[in-house]
Design a protein around this ligand. Structure first.
Ligand SMILES: *[C@@H]1O[C@H](CO)[C@@H](O)[C@H](O)[C@H]1NC(C)=O
Ligand SMILES: *[C@@H]1O[C@H](CO)[C@@H](O)[C@H](O)[C@H]1NC(C)=O
Ligand SMILES: *[C@@H]1O[C@H](CO)[C@@H](O)[C@H](O)[C@H]1NC(C)=O
Ligand SMILES: *[C@@H]1O[C@H](CO)[C@@H](O)[C@H](O)[C@H]1NC(C)=O
Ligand SMILES: *[C@@H]1O[C@H](CO)[C@@H](O)[C@H](O)[C@H]1NC(C)=O
Ligand SMILES: *[C@@H]1O[C@H](CO)[C@@H](O)[C@H](O)[C@H]1NC(C)=O
Ligand SMILES: *[C@@H]1O[C@H](CO)[C@@H](O)[C@H](O)[C@H]1NC(C)=O
Ligand SMILES: *[C@@H]1O[C@H](CO)[C@@H](O)[C@H](O)[C@H]1NC(C)=O
Ligand SMILES: *[C@@H]1O[C@H](CO)[C@@H](O)[C@H](O)[C@H]1NC(C)=O
Length: 463
């Protein structure tokens, strides 16, 4: 049975079904899955905060139904992709409102409500969504609102100052502020996320400064214990984090699908930027081969995406339940940017989408999506992460060469501003000092005392 768009609005619609060889079937299925995902969103209701999911003001991903700020940021990107894949504009306005409302006073996705607990990875996911907008010519907000490209550039400028050469020979700490748990850690999603951000800015703008930076981040990660190749099996590991307290000699041996997706697509953008270099081709292939062996286990046929650390036992937290969304999207992007990967990627996206559809027959509405795509029996879970992952993997089957990420030389119209944000290279007097223990004492009231003085278009952060 096929789900018609009309049925999507009915309260007791039938389970989601999917024929991955049919564009209209994928459009219908994604329409239903996106609709159900958005039933979790209340930010556009009176008295609620635009852009946020329930719990985003003070999140704990271990509490069911609590979604952190970064995941909300990622969700808007999934909806931009959805629009690009299907031409359905239903969620465009709510997405534009969300991405602008959360941009913060310096137009760099560092809003005061989130600033205190913001990690480099959290912020970069909002930048990814802005970049999705650039690469698809998603409508700009217009008026005085900053362009999508400038928002991502401002995040780059903000994070540039956070590079920490004092321990481990470099790298980004997970947390921005030293009073947050995890400040000691240098993790793959923060470093890999910044790497991807730089690679995409290089691809979009052609500015070699971004490419130099992407190389620098990759080289540091490669020299650190975060990236390792098992000499026996050849498996390429992207481990979760390493610890600056021991100068990054230890490493946490967890692998997450989104780390592979982040590094994979970053490498794919660099492959393009370098005019198809062997170096980046090899890195793309290396990551992809181990993405297949780790996250598409033979046990389930070898083509169905699987979150290795937590899916089987259903103990993924709310963050982790969304990770497959990003790997799916970034594999689809890679299949376009590095064409000889397409033959390997496409069957995996198709089988995974079919598996995801098989999970979308649960919950009160009879079509909520679970996480265990390897079984057709609904796993009993529902949530934003499950919906987003299903939406992205189904939609990624609609990605064609015509949706190749745009650049400023191939039709992207978003306006570039390399000096965006308060701490851009052109604002030498802006706040660039390292965070010290003195800041730590005052940091608790940072958000309350934060004052932004805007002078001639440049903002100085004073606190
Ligand atoms: C909020 O957005 C959802 C999803 O787009 C939509 O269905 C709903 O009508 C919107 N609510 C308001 C109050 O605008
Ligand atoms: C979306 O619209 C564009 C431009 O009209 C068209 O080329 C494309 O085929 C449409 N895509 C889908 C999936 O309907
Ligand atoms: C989106 O907002 C624009 C400008 O406010 C408005 O013209 C348009 O009708 C809106 N579209 C939808 C689908 O709500
Ligand atoms: C910050 O939180 C306050 C209080 O909940 C809310 O009114 C405001 O809209 C929030 N701003 C952002 C950007 O989330
Ligand atoms: C810390 O690690 C970096 C990078 O490996 C190295 O260059 C540096 O010498 C180390 N510092 C100490 C104190 O061991
Ligand atoms: C890629 O090729 C173009 C055109 O030949 C050239 O201008 C550019 O410098 C090359 N880029 C790199 C990174 O080699
Ligand atoms: C890189 O991407 C651009 C823009 O999408 C495209 O025109 C170019 O052919 C690509 N180059 C390679 C080597 O794939
Ligand atoms: C990736 O796997 C393919 C197929 O097994 C193999 O031909 C290729 O050499 C591998 N590439 C790398 C870089 O490991
Ligand atoms: C290139 O990017 C760097 C880093 O953000 C910036 O300082 C520089 O102004 C940019 N150059 C151009 C020509 O836009």
């Amino acid at each position: 049975m096929r789900l018609s768009p009309l049925l999507c609005l009915a309260p007791l619609a039938a389970a989601i079904t999917l024929d991955t060889s049919s564009v209209s079937s994928i459009e219908s299925a994604t329409s239903g899955v996106a609709y159900d995902m958005m039933t979790f969103y209340t930010g556009n209701q009176t008295g609620q905060v635009p852009g946020l999911l329930p719990g985003s003001l003070n999140c704990n991903p271990n509490v069911l139904g609590t979604y952190c700020w970064w995941e909300a940021g990622a969700m808007w990107g999934a909806l931009i992709n959805y629009w690009q894949y299907t031409n359905d504009t239903t969620y465009n306005n709510v997405t534009i409102d969300a991405l602008q409302f959360q941009r913060g006073p310096d137009n760099n996705y560092n809003p005061p409500n989130q600033s205190r607990s913001m990690g480099v990875d959290d912020q970069v996911f909002w930048a990814f969504s802005a970049l999705d907008a650039v690469e698809a010519n998603f409508p700009e907000a217009g008026g005085d609102n900053p362009s999508w490209l400038s928002l991502a550039q401002a995040v780059f400028n903000f994070q540039y100052d956070l590079w920490d050469p004092l321990t481990c020979g470099g790298g980004f700490r997970w947390q921005v502020f030293s009073f947050n748990a995890g400040y000691n850690l240098k993790n793959s999603i923060s470093n890999g996320g910044n790497f991807q951000l730089a690679a995409r800015l290089a691809y979009i703008t052609g500015n070699s400064s971004y490419a130099d930076w992407a190389n620098k981040v990759w080289d540091w990660m490669e020299a650190s214990p975060l990236l390792q190749t098992d000499a026996n099996t050849g498996t390429f590991y992207i481990w979760d984090n390493t610890d600056s307290n021991d100068n990054c000699t230890s490493v946490q041996n967890f692998v997450w699908s989104y780390n592979y997706g982040t590094m994979l697509s970053g490498a794919a953008y660099m492959y393009n930027y370098t005019n198809g270099s062997d170096l980046w081709m090899n890195r793309v292939e290396t990551i992809l081969n181990s993405t297949y062996s780790l996250f598409f286990p033979q046990q389930y046929g070898g083509n169905i995406m699987y979150e290795l650390e937590c899916e089987k036992s259903l103990n993924c937290d709310e963050d982790q339940k969304s990770f497959k969304a990003y790997l799916a999207r970034w594999m689809a992007v890679t299949s376009i940017l590095v064409p000889n990967t397409a033959a390997g990627i496409k069957p995996k996206l198709a089988a995974s989408a079919a598996g995801a559809a098989g999970q979308c027959d649960g919950g009160d509405n009879g079509r909520s999506c679970g996480l265990q795509w390897f079984t057709q029996t609904w796993d009993g879970t529902t949530g934003v992460g499950q919906q987003m992952a299903a939406l992205s993997v189904m939609g990624s089957n609609l990605m064609t060469e015509s949706m190749r990420p745009l650049t400023l030389r191939t039709g992207a119209t978003s306006k570039s501003n390399p000096n965006a944000g308060s701490d851009a290279p052109s604002n030498p007097t802006a706040n660039r000092k390292p965070i010290t223990t003195a800041d730590r004492a005052g940091a608790g009231i940072l958000t309350i005392l934060m004052v932004v003085i805007v002078v001639g278009g440049s903002a100085w952060l004073v606190y």
